[in-house]
Design a protein around this ligand. Structure first.
Ligand code: ADP
Length: 594
């Protein structure tokens, strides 16, 4: 960009190039209102038809009506690339030029404080200049010369922000009071037109913003409706999924009630109950996980783990499902151990989910393969089946929350559509990826998990992730739960395993019973009437006799923050309901007492 730079250093005073008084002295030609009206009408039409070129039209008219050799409009703006009008700007930009100077300097700016325009704005009046180059050095090299220049200020929103000007490049043209009147009238028009343009574009911008906001609101509303629809669908599905295992549990209970008690006949019914309870617990766990994921609250317990042992664990857990479907499962592990930094339970959950899906979505007597390989610095876990397959347009969608290919009532598969969401999130939290592939419906499916591995082999051999329940010695145990059935059944179970048990049903009763019975272990629910579990635990811990007493929280809340809270209240164990029997036995064995 080419800027008319000033090197003022003028040797003459400013007043010597100003001759505004001449306007009054010179004989003035009579106004030609007809020509002026015609010109203003043309301008008004231009404004309506093509507002973008109204300033150019205006200077063309100024040139013609004032019979100048050049005419133009300069507006203040900041220095730099073309920007918007800036009343406090440091430079003038020629927004429209006509006549001999038209080819001269386009897209240029001149400094505000070093030109006739600046002087006009300083004084905020019309000024007539003669041979401006004698004072303003920026005109020194400019040809044709500014021999006489009439400049009037123009105002936008009451502020002088530019000038409209006509120039004579030789002595043949002298401006008079009529030129001043004409140019001032045109400047007023220019200001109005410009202001109009500004408000039109502001209006257009406001309209655009409004439209964008409407679209955004519509989108948000649609998303809310969709979320609501999904939620209703999900609740219906959840009710259905919970009913499924509850029905056989109720049947099994009836069987037990009707069959004369002996271990043998009751065994299948009890096995069935155990399986179905396991299914409900799995569902609730998945639900809690998915809720944690959507709140970004899942925490990994990262350690150095060996992949094959994790995979074996998951395979063992899924084997029964596989066998019940008559599937043949082939597992291929890498010849050498592959180590990674990960959470063993979560990684087993990933593999387990993929295996269970392969079992579910493969017709009875199908085949499932699981391979673990090392590829460079990645471990690749592949689970594939010869099952029902997945249509190409569903391959991405199935990883979304609650997404299922078949949501019909007649569907034969169980599930809530959250397993793959969990898989994807857990794998990504480990820095890995998961992809689904299928040649189409009926063609089987393949899931590939890639996880970064530890390149160096860790020093100590990793511990087994599964720990066998430890046998326990007889204890005096106080079970506290406001749900009497829960308290009684747990007490009964503990009695059957050789312990002395007592029950209490609220927090105050718990503290009193602890004081009189001095149990070895108190299994204490948290949500209790009268005194909640935390308060009851604190009260017990205040007593010297509670030293060495095991206090175990029994609660539906199992996140890290819940465990932290129970620790702070004085608990030395934390179990999540429904309590896993093996975990309880281990905790009793580990607890200090006895
Ligand atoms: P769910 O199994 O509870 O329906 P998931 O999130 O685990 O939920 O899976 C989502 C959907 O992906 C399933 O409903 C099913 O349509 C499809 N899917 C998952 N695994 C397979 C597989 N191995 N073969 C065919 N379809 C599958």
């Amino acid at each position: 960009m080419d800027t008319l730079k000033s090197t003022t250093g003028a040797s003459v005073p400013l007043e010597s190039v100003l001759c505004t008084e001449e306007l009054k002295r010179r004989p003035s030609r009579p106004p030609d209102y007809q020509a002026e009206n015609k010109a203003l009408l043309a301008l008004a039409q231009e404004l309506t038809n093509s507002p973008g070129s109204v300033l150019q039209r205006l200077v063309d008219i100024a040139l013609e009506l004032c019979r100048g050799h050049s005419a133009g409009i300069s507006l203040l703006e900041e220095d730099g690339p073309p920007g918007g009008l800036s009343p406090g700007g440091t430079h003038f930009r020629w927004h429209a030029v006509a006549g001999q100077w038209a080819p001269l300097v386009w897209n240029t700016t001149t400094p505000r404080d070093d030109g006739p325009c600046g002087t006009v704005l300083d004084r905020n009046i019309t000024l007539l200049f003669s041979n401006a180059h004698r004072y303003y050095a920026q005109f020194t090299g400019v040809h044709p010369l500014l021999v006489e220049g009439l400049l009037v200020p123009f105002h936008v929103n009451g502020q002088a922000v530019g000038t409209v000007w006509v120039i004579a490049h030789d002595e043949t043209r002298k401006f008079d009071a009529e030129d001043q009147r004409l140019l001032e009238s045109l400047a007023t028009f220019a200001a109005t037109a410009y202001q109009g343009r500004l408000s039109i574009s502001a209006q257009a911008k406001a309209n655009q913003d409004l439209q964008a906001e409407i679209v955004e609101r519509q989108r948000a509303e649609e998303a809310l409706r969709e979320a609501d629809r999904r939620k209703s669908e999900f609740l219906a599905m959840l009710a259905h999924e919970l009913r499924n295992p509850l029905a056989p549990i109720r049947n099994a209970l009836q069987i037990l009630r009707l069959t004369p008690w002996d271990g043998k006949t009751g065994q299948p019914a009890m096995d069935m109950m155990e399986r179905q309870v396991g299914q409900v617990v799995g569902l609730v766990d998945d639900l809690l996980d998915v809720n944690r994921i959507s709140r970004g609250k899942i925490e990994l317990r990262i350690g150095q783990v060996e992949l094959a042992s994790i995979v074996n664990h998951a395979v063992e857990a899924a084997r029964q499902h596989c066998e019940s479907m008559g599937h043949e499962l082939t597992v291929t592990l890498p010849p050498k151990p592959v180590y990674l930094n990960g959470d063993p339970i979560r990684l087993a959950q990933v593999v387990g989910n993929l295996l269970n899906n392969a079992c579910k979505f493969t017709d009875k007597g199908g085949r499932i393969w699981l391979t673990v390989e090392r590829e460079g610095e990645q471990a690749i876990i592949r689970v594939w089946d010869n099952g029902i397959g997945i249509a190409a347009d569903q391959l991405r969608r199935i990883f979304e929350m609650f997404a299922q290919v078949d949501t019909s009532l007649e569907r034969t598969h169980t599930g809530l559509g959250i397993g793959l969401t969990l898989v994807k999130n857990l794998v990504e939290m480990h820095g890995g990826t998961v992809e689904a592939d299928s040649a189409g419906v009926g063609q089987g499916s393949e899931f590939v998990v890639r996880l970064p591995i530890l390149v160096e082999t860790p020093k100590p051999p990793p511990e087994s992730t599964v720990s066998a329940p430890t046998p326990t010695t007889a204890r005096r145990i106080l079970v506290v739960d406001d749900d009497e059935d829960s308290a009684e059944s747990l007490a009964m179970l503990l009695k059957l395993t050789g312990n002395e048990t007592h029950t209490a049903y609220d927090g105050l009763e718990a503290v009193e019973a602890a004081a009189t019975l001095r149990p070895d272990v108190v299994l204490l629910d948290i949500g209790l009437p009268k005194l909640n579990g935390y308060e009851a635990a604190r009260k017990i811990r205040e007593q010297p006799w509670s030293k060495g007493m095991g206090l175990v929280a029994l609660t539906g809340w199992g996140q890290d923050e819940d465990r932290q809270k129970s620790r702070e209240a004085g608990f030395n164990g934390h179990l999540v309901k429904p309590v896993d029997h093996a975990a309880l036995m281990k905790l009793l064995a580990d607890s200090g007492a006895g």
